[in-house]
Design a protein around this ligand. Structure first.
Ligand code: COA
Length: 332
């Protein structure tokens, strides 16, 4: 057991993106779409695609190694490796075990958590408990996703939206009043069939939805997900601010899951939020599921857009359906 701590902060950050860029113009040659349609309806210009022979966990391990170096700890100091992914390379072994091996976090427990695109926000909340209770001192949370392996490249409704990438945080003890202050997590399984990615079993409705298409691929009712997402973002922001007794004006930066610029703009309009309080990078990467928040946080930190004491709010939504948010007072 480690000594119980008062606060849990983000001690190290890393990210890793595949080198290969797939632009909207490239997609024009693959499906009946146009750069104009994709840009206008989604805000995406390009996305990164993992080489076919590479695994998502390799991207995750690369992000994790950078986060461990950034935290200035040894891999052997890590007590838990928690991987968030909805595109695991293997169901067994877990992505977390594969990353444990690659990073040399030999003393850690390792497991995966799947809350689709909300996975990283869920993961931070779970990871925090291990440290607060004294189970261990450091937890490595890694989001790694390769949506390119599960989309139907003939389906223009989905293939233009997604990309690949990974991001990681090392969490550990922080000064009281700093770090991860609070979180708000929700799910509604009754609406879950609006985004599906079957694995070991397919029900009749899954087969029907994919009629004429590749079988074990992502399927989505885009407009239903869109409506859910705008409500989910506003609920997760309002809900957490109320729970944590913080006012919207006190937030320095909101880092939302990057799924569609119109979802982000719609939520910002509802909340009357000025543009400079919301970070977006969707034009470069598309939707990289649970990795979108840590990749964005890494960019924000590298660009020196945050300073100690700033209030940051991460907000995400996705399959399940799941949604949630994390409030952080920057501790570095
Ligand atoms: N290129 C050109 N046309 C396309 C297209 C593409 N890539 N994808 C769909 N279309 C067409 C549709 O077939 C439809 O044509 P029709 O009217 O002839 O049937 C038309 O564009 C409009 O479709 P619609 O669904 O109304 O568009 P939209 O404005 O709702 O945008 C999404 C579609 C998918 C971009 C949008 O609904 C969305 O972002 N939803 C949320 C998805 C999401 O974030 N999922 C992940 C959650 S974590």
């Amino acid at each position: 057991m480690s000594a119980a701590v008062d606060a849990v902060g983000i001690l190290g950050i890393g990210s890793s993106l595949p080198e290969r860029v797939l632009t909207n113009f490239d997609l024009e040659k693959m499906v009946d779409t146009s750069d104009e349609w994709i840009t206008k309806r989604t805000g995406i210009s390009e996305r990164r695609i993992l080489e076919k022979e590479k695994a998502a966990y390799e991207l995750g391990a690369c992000a994790a190694i950078k986060a461990i170096e950034d935290a200035g700890i040894r891999p052997s100091d890590i007590g838990v490796v928690l991987a968030t992914t909805s595109t695991p390379d293997y169901l067994v072994p877990s992505t977390a075990c594969l990353i444990q091996e690659k990073t040399g976090a030999a003393n850690a427990a390792a497991f995966d958590l799947n809350a689709a695109c909300t996975g990283f926000v869920y993961g931070l909340t779970v990871a925090k408990q291990f440290i607060l209770t004294g189970f261990c001192k450091y937890v490595l949370v890694v989001a790694c996703e390769a949506l390119s392996k599960v989309v139907d490249w003939k389906d223009r409704n989905t293939c233009v939206l997604f990309g690949d990438g990974a991001g990681a945080f090392v969490l550990g003890p922080a000064e009281k009043g700093f770090g991860i202050l609070d979180s708000y997590l929700k799910s509604d399984g009754s609406q879950g069939r609006v985004i599906t990615l079957p694995c070991c079993h397919m029900e009749e409705e899954d087969i029907a939805k994919r009629a004429g298409k590749a079988k074990n691929v992502l399927w989505m009712d885009g407009s239903e997900v869109f409506k859910f997402a705008v409500k989910a973002v506003t609920d997760a922001i309002d809900g957490l601010l109320e729970k944590a007794h913080i006012k919207l004006e006190e937030l320095n930066l909101i880092i939302p899951h990057q799924a569609n610029i119109r979802i982000i703009d719609g939520a910002a309009k509802r909340l009357k939020l000025p543009d400079e309080k919301i970070y977006t990078n969707i034009h470069k990467y598309g939707n990289i599921s649970s990795a979108s928040i840590p990749v964005a946080v890494e960019e924000v930190v590298r660009a020196k857009r945050v300073k100690k004491g700033d209030y940051l709010l991460f907000v995400a939504f996705g399959g399940g359906l799941t949604w949630g948010s994390t409030l952080v007072r920057w501790n570095r």
